[in-house]
Design a protein around this ligand. Structure first.
Ligand SMILES: [Zn+2]
Length: 289
């Protein structure tokens, strides 16, 4: 793309972002052709079956979790048949795909259960600061505020499994935690069966495990999370927006945020995901309206 056109896109993006901030309800609806904010090559509705045209703008404020899923027009409440409790929300397209995956798994004798779904900035701040202050113990029963007085070390320890507010994929309405927050549960019995089923089938429904085992292909970021799955047709685009526009300096507004830049949060944690997830064959998705 030539420089003048790129500039035009940026100006248009800023203009649309300003429009969105002052829009409410149906007025916020945009034609997906104008959704250059996400900088994608083709409109979602044309390229990805099952993904609706956007009804609201998706901007930095959205990807940083500054909204209430309960009142967001693109979010739906998860039925308790699919979750361990009421009050959980997902983007409607994620939930639509999940329901199909749930049914297919159920037919194969696998019982998927959502344990966590959308968490906005405030919810993530509660989780993060609970661990930061020691009110919530981190792994091995440690009180992080005592065991790690140095803020960089403390944040690094919490970041093994928890995101800084503003940088979590759980803000996006695209990511879910399934069945058990314990990698060892997925190593035997029902857990292993479930994990093998997901590994073989989740991509058919657009889901992928972003936090795979650390190694050459994923040297940085969170530890492996076998319970965390992402709906790639949406999250890939939000991830691209984060790559384009989210900066460590924007990660702020909570205890310990001052070390975000030192820890390269955007590059290592937001973008440090399983490279295989980029290869989910969207054109072969069995997700239809
Ligand atoms: Zn998760």
């Amino acid at each position: 793309m030539s420089f003048p056109l790129l500039s035009l896109v940026h100006i248009l993006s800023l203009y649309l972002a300003m429009c969105q901030s002052s829009s409410k309800g149906p007025q916020a609806t945009i034609d997906h052709d104008t959704s250059t904010l996400i900088n994608r090559k083709t409109p979602v509705s044309d390229s990805l079956p099952g993904v609706s045209p956007y009804t609201t703008q998706y901007n930095l404020s959205y990807i940083m979790g500054h909204f209430d899923p309960a009142s967001h027009p693109d979010f739906v409440l998860i039925d308790t048949i699919h979750a361990d409790r009421s009050g959980l929300y997902l983007h409607k397209d994620t939930y639509s795909a999940f329901r199909m995956m749930y049914k297919a798994a159920h037919n194969d004798g696998i019982q998927l259960q959502i344990r966590s779904a959308t968490r906005n900035f405030i919810a993530q701040k509660n989780i993060w600061e609970g661990k930061w202050t020691g009110e919530t113990l981190i792994e091995n029963g440690q009180n992080a505020s005592i065991a790690y007085p140095d803020p960089v070390q403390r944040a690094t320890m919490i970041l093994k499994y928890s995101s800084m507010p503003g940088s979590s994929r759980h803000h996006w309405g695209t990511d879910i935690d399934l069945n058990a927050f314990d990698n060892t549960w997925f190593e035997s019995g029902n857990g292993l069966q479930l994990y093998q089923w997901l590994s073989q089938n989740a991509s058919r429904f657009g889901f992928c495990q972003p936090y795979c085992a650390k190694g050459k292909n994923r040297p940085y970021g969170y530890e492996e999370e076998r319970w965390h799955w992402s709906y790639m047709p949406l999250s890939q685009q939000l991830s691209q927006m984060a790559a384009d526009s989210l900066k460590d300096s924007m990660i702020a507004g909570f205890m310990g945020s001052e070390v975000a830049s030192q820890l390269n949060i955007v590059e290592r944690y937001v973008l440090g995901i399983n490279v295989e997830c980029e290869k989910v064959p969207f054109d072969k998705l069995r997700v239809r309206k």
